[in-house]
Design a protein. Structure first.
Length: 468
């Protein structure tokens, strides 16, 4: 009788782990062994190791966050560690980041998997986290749990503290945080918590955080909203009349919108995207089945009162990308055999796995109107796919102007081999990069250039300014 794949996987694990874990305590070895993922259904064969499971972040609330970790394809002990966060708030980094964008396994139409030739674990050890509790497989057993920016940052920090105890071999690795969309809140806020904690942390709790990268990121309510309207007009999506009406009646620097602003904003501008236009990638076809989450959220905007806040409106606009992949990922991650292989849903969560949890979004009670005050002086890259209408490049450029940083390298094209990949400008402590022809989820639309970006970011290396 032949050996089962699971037995072979465990045998391989014991041999390798015995070599790399010398000096680790037995409990750590046991925890890593329990989280080892031998293979998930439909997975192509790979040579790198992967782990998945839960890390408790709050004993009182019985709160645990789900992660999926991939070692680098080559020499993981020499590679940095990158934590990836998707936004929403309430959307899954497993369903979007791993399965649709930059992970090694992409969900396909037939509900199987294909290997991503441009996976980011070719550049780094790659950690996907579903946060906050209530997103994806992450859970809290308290029905009165709270959602917001601050608790998400604190819980994510606690997750990292405990995750590094489970995987101490990565504790000294150079550590970076990356994300997109509402992760424009998550990433800088988590970085701030880490910086503050590092000032008084014991050696075993010190994080070797080197920098962060955010893409098409929500950063400042005023400039985000202003840029959306200006971008839509500049791309001939709205009429001169509607544009003028919004500009005359809406002051996006104020927290509350008047009825005179809400009418053209909701019924005119936002209503546009409930039609057959993909807000996240203006020039690609939409899914014939539509995006139910997007449609329902647009409809919900019409129910908002005349005193609705700008942060509430911006947050309720969905911040994930659909065209049909939503259906594939939802089906795949709700399969019992997939959940078993990933050590997920071990407590039999009452809800199904979903790409985005509306209850988390609707319950969000703490959303900073601007993240600019918490931006720290560290190695930072901001990127922007230039065909995204949700968090358009125009919004990000307005936000950069608001920072008033000194320019060290002016606006220049950068190249991916013989083609212009986009444009870049360097400021003191910050690099901004556009990705030509890419939508909201840059790794989905421009996978090769996306891998090029992360490699240059991690190496603190300028993008090429000439064809090669």
């Amino acid at each position: 009788m032949g050996l089962s794949a699971h037995f072979v996987c465990l045998l391989f694990f014991y041999i390798i782990f015995a070599v790399v874990s010398q000096g680790q305590d037995p409990e750590t070895k046991t925890l890593q062994e329990a989280d080892l993922v031998c293979k998930i259904p439909g997975q192509p064969p790979v040579d790198f190791k992967q782990y998945a499971g839960y890390v408790t972040v709050d004993e009182v609330y019985e709160k645990a966050l789900f992660y999926w970790f991939f070692e680098a394809t080559k020499s993981p002990e020499q590679k940095p560690l990158v934590l990836w966060l998707n936004g929403g708030p309430g959307c899954s980094s497993v369903g979007f980041g791993e399965a649709r964008e930059l992970g090694p396994f992409l969900v396909t139409k037939g509900f199987g998997l294909k290997f991503n030739n441009y996976t980011w674990n070719k550049a780094a050890n790659l950690l996907f986290l579903e946060a906050p509790a209530g997103v994806g497989f992450s859970y809290s057993n308290k029905t009165m749990d709270t959602y917001g920016d601050n608790v998400t940052a604190q819980n994510s920090y606690t997750f990292l503290l405990n995750w590094f105890k489970r995987f101490p071999q990565y504790k000294s690795s150079e550590f970076y945080i990356a994300g997109e969309s509402y992760a424009g809140h998550y990433v800088p806020q988590l970085a701030e918590v880490i910086f503050d904690a590092n000032e008084k942390a014991a050696k075993e709790d010190y994080f070797n955080l080197k920098g962060f990268m955010i893409g098409n990121a929500l950063l400042d309510d005023d400039t985000d909203q202003t840029g959306m309207i200006d971008y839509a007009w500049g791309h001939a999506l709205i009429s001169d009349k509607l544009y003028s009406e919004i500009k005359e009646n809406c002051d996006f620097s104020k927290e509350n919108y008047t009825k005179e602003c809400l009418d053209p904003l909701v019924n005119g501008y936002y209503g546009l995207y409930s039609m057959n236009i993909d807000m996240y990638s203006l020039y690609t076809p939409t899914c014939p089945q539509g995006n139910p989450n997007f449609t329902s959220n647009v409809a919900a905007l019409g129910l908002l009162s005349k005193s609705s806040s700008r942060s509430e409106i911006l947050r309720k606009m969905p911040a994930g990308y659909d065209p049909c992949s939503q259906n594939h990922a939802t089906t795949y991650f709700n399969r019992p055999d997939v959940q078993e292989a990933l050590h997920a849903n071990v407590t039999n969560i009452s809800r199904s796995w979903s790409l985005c949890n509306g209850a988390v979004n609707n319950g969000w009670n703490d959303s900073s109107p601007s993240i600019l005050p918490v931006i720290k002086k560290t190695h930072r890259w901001w990127s922007s796919g230039d065909t995204d209408g949700r968090v358009p490049v125009t919004s990000t450029r307005y936000t950069l102007n608001k920072l008033a940083l000194s320019i060290t390298q002016d606006w220049s094209p950068w190249y991916n081999q013989k083609q212009i990949g986009g444009w870049t400008i360097e400021y003191e402590g910050l690099t901004f990069v556009t990705i030509r022809g890419a939508g909201h989820q840059v790794p989905t639309f421009a996978p090769k250039r996306s891998l090029q970006l992360i490699r240059h970011f991690l190496a603190i290396k300028k993008l090429p300014f000439a064809p090669f």
